[in-house]
Ligand binder design. Structure first.
Ligand code: GLY
Ligand code: MN
Ligand code: MN
Length: 457
């Protein structure tokens, strides 16, 4: 993996420390990485670090915990970071690979102290002594709760020596997630590269597609491009959906044969150096859209363009969705999939949610280290009522997807010509000072361009 400079992780830890200092005047923050997960006997799922932990350390090994000690130093704070990681073990390293180990970690990662992870419980007992506040992930797991109780107990038994445990418990995730919502130039550069690889993978799938091929074979072409380009993984399970399967939102690539006259919907993106990409394209299996397919495709693309035009700083998160919804619903009325005679007006078709039968998801989500990335979708507000909190205002450095779709399942009151047409078009947009940059447009999106791409395979 291509890691960012140690300084970047140090700066992130400092920013988090500053937030904790501002809130509590100091304290201890504890952030562990993800556990390894067994798949079946003697076999594990490919290991993936925890995104928050990686964001603060750049360290990818399992079995590690970051403890940040934020001390009040007059008008300012002092931060000391402690990494607990797997100790060197020549025997285990023969089987599982080289470990960094606590001796090499401080220099390699630019961290103040490192210890074996076997020391974690004992050391936390020391570090939590006389601290006012502890910042952890709240309600993470029964095991995490058990460990916290153990650490607290170690401090409590020292009460008669005049040592007190923390009395404030805070969620550390909220603070980290607010930081992760805004991507810096290094992160955006990585996301551009991830999106470029995914775009090439989609083109490869379009080139390889022909009637008779099966969904899993196109999935293999996507994976080939991802791994051959250096991406470590998929960012999420690839969706390759032929015909009726295109109307199943969370379909996985299965073994359905792709047939002439049907559509193929691919929602797939790689993860590169810890960052996700997320692209959807829908194309005709035989390379030429039918009339009804083309009609719904052009409506979906127009909806995406309307949403993209609203993807700019100062607008709220929901404005691109509202813009897409208007175009999609008007298109459904034009194609008589929704009946104007019954609904009366476009506004009523939107207000009553009549469109939901054909468009049942939102148009955007945050994108970053996680495909459905972290960060609040609402502005912080004094109000306790969630409904009253305004939608988040888009700002430079945020990254969202723009992914309208239309999904028509067979039904007696629906023109048969549209049955089993499922279309989604998804691109990744980096909000900048003046609007947004679409980083995933290395793959064609206009119907004519898709047909040309498939013809030139
Ligand atoms: N690929 C997941 C999503 O589009 O939200
Ligand atoms: Mn998405
Ligand atoms: Mn997607």
């Amino acid at each position: 993996m291509q890691l960012m400079n140690n300084k970047i992780y140090q700066e992130r830890r400092n920013t988090l420390a500053k937030k904790i200092y501002a809130k509590s005047g100091g304290g201890i923050a504890v952030i562990s990485t993800a556990p390894e997960l067994a798949r079946n006997r003697d076999s594990e799922f490919p290991y993936r670090h925890d995104s928050d932990f990686f964001y603060l350390t750049g360290f990818e090994e399992p079995g590690a915990t970051l403890v940040m000690e934020i001390k009040s130093g007059g008008k300012n704070y002092e931060l000391q970071s402690h990494l607990f990681c797997r100790p060197k073990d020549p025997e285990r390293e023969i089987w599982d690979g080289i470990r960094l180990g606590p001796e090499a970690a401080p220099t390699a990662l630019g961290i103040e102290y490192a210890y074996s992870n076997h020391e974690l419980d004992r050391k936390l007992g020391e570090l939590l002594a006389d601290q006012d506040a502890i910042y952890i992930r709240l309600a993470e797991s029964a095991e995490a709760d058990r460990r916290l109780r153990h650490w607290m107990k170690q401090v409590r038994v020292q009460a008669r020596s005049g040592i007190n445990p923390p009395s404030e418990l805070h969620d550390v995730e909220t603070l980290i997630h607010e930081m992760r919502l805004f991507k810096d130039t290094n992160e955006i550069d990585t996301m551009r590269r991830a999106a470029a690889i995914s775009a090439r993978a989609h083109i490869r799938a379009m080139h390889m597609c022909k009637p008779g091929i099966r969904e899993y074979q196109l999935e293999a072409e996507l994976l080939h491009e991802f791994r051959n380009s250096g991406a470590q993984s998929v960012a999420y399970n690839s969706i390759v959906a032929g015909g009726a399967n295109s109307c199943i939102l969370h379909y996985r690539a299965g073994s359905t044969e792709l047939r002439s006259g049907e559509l193929c919907l691919i929602d797939a993106g790689c993860e590169l150096d810890g960052y996700a990409s997320d692209i959807t394209r829908t194309f005709p299996v035989n390379g030429k859209f039918t009339g009804p397919q083309r009609a719904l495709y052009d409506i979906t693309l127009a909806a995406q363009e309307a949403a993209i035009a609203m993807t700019k700083p100062g607008n709220t998160f929901i404005q691109p969705h509202d813009a897409a919804l208007k175009v999609l619903t008007q298109g459904l009325l034009d194609e008589k999939l929704l009946k104007l005679s019954e609904l009366g007006s476009l506004e009523n078709a939107i207000e009553t949610g009549a469109y939901r039968r054909f468009y049942m998801h939102r148009t955007s989500h945050w994108l970053g280290m996680d495909v459905h990335d972290v960060g609040s979708y609402r502005e912080d507000s004094e109000s306790l009522l969630k409904e009253e909190k305004p939608w988040r205002i888009l700002k430079s450095g945020m990254v969202i997807t723009v992914e309208p779709g239309l999904y028509v399942r067979p039904a007696a009151d629906v023109d048969e010509a549209f049955w089993n047409i499922g279309i989604r078009i998804e691109d990744d947009a980096v909000i900048n000072e003046s609007g947004c940059e679409l980083i995933s447009r290395g793959v064609p999106v206009k119907a004519d361009e898709i047909e040309a791409t498939m013809k030139n395979a």
